[in-house]
Design a protein around this ligand. Structure first.
Ligand code: AMP
Ligand code: MG
Length: 463
């Protein structure tokens, strides 16, 4: 069946200041490695074609463009980033009526590439495919993966020549905090207003003006970060250009799920200061929202009043984060409506886990069974905790719906990539299949934490 994508493009109708129109750069030998049939069907896409998702042919109805944005990277403002290796093909309206972006990532250089080659190698493409689809199966807002195509061309990274690939990413949009920052910093107020109106119409139609938009994004980001925390996810590069207006997780670079629980865990090799450590993510989300607030304030005549209103909204976020954290971690130990009184019970368990390096996922998944106890060397301390916990009458069914049995463990992802580079997509297929039903205990070996020699100490940004 020939490919049909029912494009309905709105971003391409915005003024030229928002993007540069250009086609993807063709590759030598497109080969479809992974195709997400269920997602294609949700998007109303029929057929599939490696040459289109490699960027060699622009499909009918597409309006290819690279989006402009800026952003704070590790706290420093970079006045111009933009899609340096991505091309937005266009948008479709999915079966539930939601507008979704269809974007190629790794599709060749653009005017925003700076020193980069505009390409991606197979490893990070498959990593993003697996992890974003796992996030979706965990019901955490995220961009999705529609296709992974091998290009047949080498990509040169620190490790040497690597096989190139293109990922087709689907997102509620690719609007970021950095999209607002670029116009605010340039003093381009008309564009900033157009963007705010566009974001409200597309994502938060109930929001009342820019302050309403800020409130909505703060609330969505607070929920998102609490959701990440609840599954032990570390994003790794929470720069403002990787922080969405829709509240979806985006940009899976050096991200990882923790094995042993460590509050200060960092994976990203370039995050020397631990800015984006597991336990720092709530604070960083608030910092990112303060940057969005700073940009949106430019839209108001009465700056003092705008600063006051925006400050109140951003300052409300720690409480929102805390409430969402308590609800999610309460559910993890079987509490339907956890209150502040339950907080010490949760924190004491986490403290015990940290002391003993207990596996985050497996401890919660096994709570109430002997194998939870096996995670701890200080059994007496755990037993004392478990006794107090049992007194709360935990809801076992709630726990089973809340605590995943299986997460994309780093050592499994690395092994999957190694196999794929050698031409074997078997581990990729097995991993994606198991991760599609994360609350079911299948494939015992995929649940196992890494042995000492399997631990992946860091993830690399050289994507
Ligand atoms: P990221 O860390 O992936 O969010 O990327 C930050 C910025 O660097 C974005 O503007 C990307 O488009 C750009 N970038 C990352 N990798 C490349 C590459 N290989 N070629 C061109 N631009 C890139
Ligand atoms: Mg990015």
């Amino acid at each position: 069946m020939s490919l049909h994508i029912p494009f309905d493009n709105s971003y391409a109708a915005l003024p030229d200041a928002f993007y540069t129109r250009l086609d993807p750069t063709p590759v030598s030998k497109p080969q479809m490695l992974a195709w997400n049939d269920a997602l294609a069907s949700d998007l109303g896409i029929t057929g599939s074609d490696a040459t289109v998702f490699a960027g060699n042919i622009v499909p009918k109805g597409a309006a290819p463009l690279a989006q402009l944005y800026a952003g704070h990277q590790f706290g420093n403002y970079n006045p111009q980033l933009g899609d340096g290796r991505a091309i937005l093909l266009g948008e479709v309206i999915d079966k539930s009526g939601t507008r979704r972006d269809i974007q190629l990532k790794g599709s060749g250089p653009t005017p925003y590439s700076r020193m980069g080659d505009g390409r991606a190698w197979l490893g990070p493409v498959l990593r993003e495919y697996v992890v974003s689809e796992a996030m979706h199966a965990l019901s955490i807002p995220t961009s999705r993966a529609l296709a992974a195509v091998a290009t047949g061309d080498p990509v040169y990274r620190e490790q040497g020549a690597l096989p190139g690939a293109v990922l087709t990413r689907v997102a509620a949009s690719h609007l970021r905090v950095g999209t607002f920052q670029v116009f605010a910093h340039r003093g381009h107020i008309d564009e900033l207003r157009t963007l705010a109106d566009y974001a409200i119409a597309r994502h938060w139609p109930d929001a009342d003006g820019p302050m309403g938009l800020l409130s909505a994004v703060c609330a969505a980001q607070a929920e998102l970060i609490a959701a990440w925390m609840s599954v032990g996810f570390i994003h790794g590069v929470m720069n403002t250009d990787n922080c969405t207006i829709s509240g979806e997780t985006i940009d899976y670079g050096p991200c990882a799920f923790m094995d042993a629980y460590t509050e200060g865990r960092v994976f990203s090799s370039i995050d020397q200061m631990g800015r984006y450590a597991y336990g720092n993510q709530p604070r960083i989300a608030v910092w990112n929202m303060a940057q969005l607030a700073t940009a949106l304030i430019q839209l108001f005549e009465d700056k003092d009043k705008a600063v006051e209103d925006a400050t109140a909204i951003v300052h409300a976020m720690p409480n929102q984060l805390q409430a969402a954290w308590l609800r999610r971690f309460g559910a993890k130990i079987g509490l339907n409506s956890a209150t502040a009184d339950h907080q010490p019970l949760i924190e004491e368990l986490l403290a015990l886990m940290q002391t003993d390096g207990a596996d985050f996922t497996n401890t919660f998944a096994a709570l109430g069974t002997d194998s939870a106890r096996d995670q701890f060397s200080d059994r007496d301390a755990f037993d004392a905790w478990a006794q107090r916990w049992q007194a709360t009458n935990p809801d076992i069914n709630l726990m089973a719906r809340t605590n995943p049995q299986i997460i994309p463990r780093n050592h499994r992802i690395e092994a999957m990539i190694e196999a794929a580079v050698a031409g074997d997509m078997g581990p990729f297929e097995r991993l994606t299949k198991a991760l599609a039903t994360p609350f079911r205990a299948t494939d015992p070996d995929l649940h196992r934490p890494p042995n000492t020699d399997e631990i992946v100490p860091a993830t690399f940004c050289g994507t």
